[in-house]
Write a protein that binds this ligand. Structure first.
Ligand code: UN1
Length: 501
C-alpha cells in the first residue's frame, strides 16, 4: 500500500497519540496488518462524555435551527474537501472497494445537504380547536442527547445519518463506533472538529466519539440523560439494547438485521435482474444490512436466471479493495468467514446445492479473509435461509404463484428491504401494497441495497422498526409538544364539561 493509514489519518487531522499505544488493536481486513492501537475508554469515561453532551444540549437547543444547520453545512464542506482520504481510510479499515468507500462518504455529504435544508423546515401543525377563541398547535422541539451505536460495515455513513439530523434538531451526540472501525470514527470526529472551529459560538462537545467495548456501550445505553439511543447492528445487539433503554423509558431507534429477497417474475427484464441481484448479493462482500440474501424466481425462468447469475458470479474479481478492477473485497475478519462456512455447511445439510464459498487469496493474504461469493440453490426456505449471515451467500428458491412468492419473501423474522423485478403492473403494485412485501423498503426493478438518503431507512419485525435518514425520520430526534392557546375571555372546557361554582 503506497498511501498508509498513518498518512491518511495525519491528512485528516487525527493526532498520532489517538491511535498508537492503546489496547485496542485495529487490523486492516485487506491483509491483516495492524493499522492502529487505540486507547479504549472506560464506562466512567462514557458517563463523563454524556454529562458534557447534556451541558452542550442545554445551550445548543437555544440556537435557532437554521443556525444549527450552518454548522452541518460547514461539516459537509469538510467532507467534500476530504472525501478521497476518508473514503480511502474506509477501504483500509472496513475493506470496501474504492467506489463503495467513496459512495459511503458521499452518503455523508448528501445527508448533510438534506439536514441543512431541513433546518428551515422543522415544522409542526396547526389543528382546529373545538372551543371558540382557541388555537391548537403542535411543535417539534429539541430532544436531548442522542447516543449513536454504529456497525463496522457502514462505519461513518450511518453515524452521519443520525448526527446530521440530530444536530439540526438541536440535539447533541455521543458516538460509540464499532470496535472494528475506530480509525474512521476518529477521522470523522477530526473533520467535525474542523467544522466547529470555523463556526462562531458552538458550545463545546456537540458531538463526541467514545471508543470501547461493552462497558462503554452499557454506560451509554443505561444513562437516563441519553434521550434517544440509535443503534445499528445485529438483531442480537438490538435485543440487548432495546429492553435496557425501554426499562428506563428512553427512546430507541433500532436498525438491525435484514434478510432481503428479490422476487423475479416471468415478465422481468432478466438483464436488469441479474445486475441488480449481483450487486445486491455480492457488493460489499455481502456485508450490508440491505444485502440481497434470497432470490425467489418463477419456475419458468428460474433455471435461466440462476445460470446467468452463476456465470456472472464466477467473473467477479476478488481482491484488494484498493486495487482497481476488484469488486469483491475481504470479509471483515475470521469470525465472519467462519460464520459463512457454517451457514454453507448447514445449507448443504438442508438440501442446498452450493457453488463458491471457498476461501480466496489465502497464500497472498494469509492473515486476511477473502471468500468466493456463494450461490446456493435451495429446495425450500429452510432454517439457514431464514437467518441473516453477514457474508456473500445468495440462496435461490422457486415459486409458482405470486402469492406464494410474497409469502416466502415475508416468511422470515427480518423485515428490512425487498424488491420485485417485473414488467407487469399488477404484480408490481401488488408487491408494494398492503398484501405485498412486509418490509420497510420495497422496490420495483431495482435491487434491495444502495438506498438513497432521501427516503426513510429501516424495517419491520426483527429489523427493529426504526427509521433513519430522509423523509420525516427527523421526528424521532425531537420531542413533540401539543399546545392549546386560549385567546378569548372565556374558559370553556373541552367535551362541553361544566365545572362552575
Ligand atoms: C447498512 O448496511 O447498515 O441501502 C446500511 C444501503 C445503504 C445503507 C446500508 N445506503 O445499502
Amino acid at each position: 500500500m503506497s498511501i498508509t493509514s498513518t498518512d491518511l489519518l495525519a491528512a485528516l487531522g487525527v493526532p498520532a497519540t489517538a491511535y498508537t499505544g492503546g489496547s485496542l488493536t485495529v487490523r486492516s481486513p485487506i491483509d491483516g496488518a495492524v493499522i492502529g492501537a487505540v486507547t479504549e475508554a472506560s464506562g466512567a469515561a462514557m458517563t463523563d462524555a454524556v454529562a458534557r453532551a447534556h451541558t452542550a444540549f442545554l445551550a445548543w437547543r437555544q440556537v435557532p435551527a437554521p443556525k444549527r444547520g450552518e454548522l452541518v453545512r460547514l461539516f459537509g464542506e469538510e467532507l467534500r474537501a476530504h472525501k478521497a482520504n476518508l473514503a480511502r481510510l474506509v477501504s483500509l479499515e472496513a475493506g470496501k472497494v474504492t467506489s463503495e468507500g467513496e459512495g459511503e462518504v458521499q452518503e455523508m455529504i448528501d445527508i448533510c445537504d438534506f439536514a441543512v435544508g431541513l433546518s428551515r423546515q422543522l415544522h409542526g401543525l396547526t389543528i382546529a380547536s373545538e372551543r371558540p377563541g382557541h388555537r391548537m398547535m403542535e411543535q417539534y422541539l429539541p430532544l436531548g442527547v442522542v447516543g449513536i451505536i454504529s456497525a463496522f460495515n457502514f462505519p461513518v455513513a450511518v453515524w452521519a445519518w443520525n448526527s446530521a439530523l440530530a444536530l439540526v434538531c438541536g440535539d447533541t451526540c455521543v458516538w460509540k463506533p464499532s470496535e472494528k472501525t475506530p480509525l474512521t470514527a476518529l477521522a470523522t470526529q477530526a473533520l467535525f472538529n474542523k467544522a466547529v472551529a470555523r463556526y462562531a459560538g458552538a458550545p463545546d462537545h456537540l458531538s463526541q466519539v467514545v471508543i470501547g467495548g461493552a462497558a462503554v456501550g452499557e454506560a451509554l445505553v443505561d444513562d437516563s440523560r441519553v434521550a434517544l439511543v440509535s443503534a445499528t447492528g445485529s438483531t442480537r445487539m438490538g435485543r440487548a439494547v432495546g429492553p435496557r433503554v425501554a426499562a428506563r423509558f428512553g427512546r430507541c431507534l433500532l436498525e438491525l438485521g435484514g434478510n432481503n429477497a428479490i422476487i423475479v417474475t416471468p415478465s422481468a427484464d432478466l438483464d436488469l435482474a441479474v445486475r441488480g441481484i449481483l450487486f445486491g448479493a455480492y457488493g460489499t462482500a455481502g456485508q450490508r444490512c440491505t444485502t440481497t440474501r434470497r432470490v425467489i424466481a418463477h419456475e419458468s425462468i428460474h433455471d435461466e436466471l440462476v445460470q446467468r447469475l452463476e456465470r456472472a458470479r464466477a467473473q467477479l474479481k476478488i481482491g484488494s479493495p484498493i486495487e482497481a478492477g476488484n469488486l469483491i473485497g475481504p470479509l471483515i475478519d475470521k469470525a465472519a468467514f467462519d460464520a459463512m462456512q457454517s451457514a454453507l455447511a448447514a445449507a448443504r445439510e438442508q438440501g442446498g446445492e452450493v457453488t463458491g464459498g471457498e476461501r480466496a487469496l489465502a497464500s497472498r493474504y494469509p492473515e486476511a479473509w477473502y471468500a468466493v461469493p456463494a450461490l446456493v440453490r435451495m429446495p425450500a426456505q429452510t432454517e439457514v435461509v431464514r437467518q441473516e449471515t453477514f457474508a456473500p451467500i445468495l440462496y435461490t428458491l422457486k415459486y409458482k404463484t405470486l402469492d406464494e412468492a410474497i409469502a416466502l419473501q415475508n416468511d422470515v423474522p427480518q423485515g428490512l428491504s425487498s424488491a420485485i423485478f417485473t414488467n407487469d403492473i399488477r404484480e408490481a403494485e401488488t408487491f408494494v401494497s398492503a398484501t405485498g412485501s412486509d418490509c420497510g423498503i420495497a422496490n420495483v426493478n431495482i435491487g434491495t441495497s444502495g438506498a438513497e438518503i432521501g427516503g426513510a431507512f429501516g424495517g419491520e419485525k426483527e429489523t427493529g422498526g426504526g427509521r433513519e435518514s430522509g423523509s420525516d425520520a427527523w421526528k424521532a430526534y425531537m420531542r413533540r409538544t401539543t399546545n392549546t392557546v386560549n385567546y378569548s375571555r372565556e374558559l370553556p372546557l373541552a367535551q362541553g364539561v361544566k365545572f362552575d361554582v
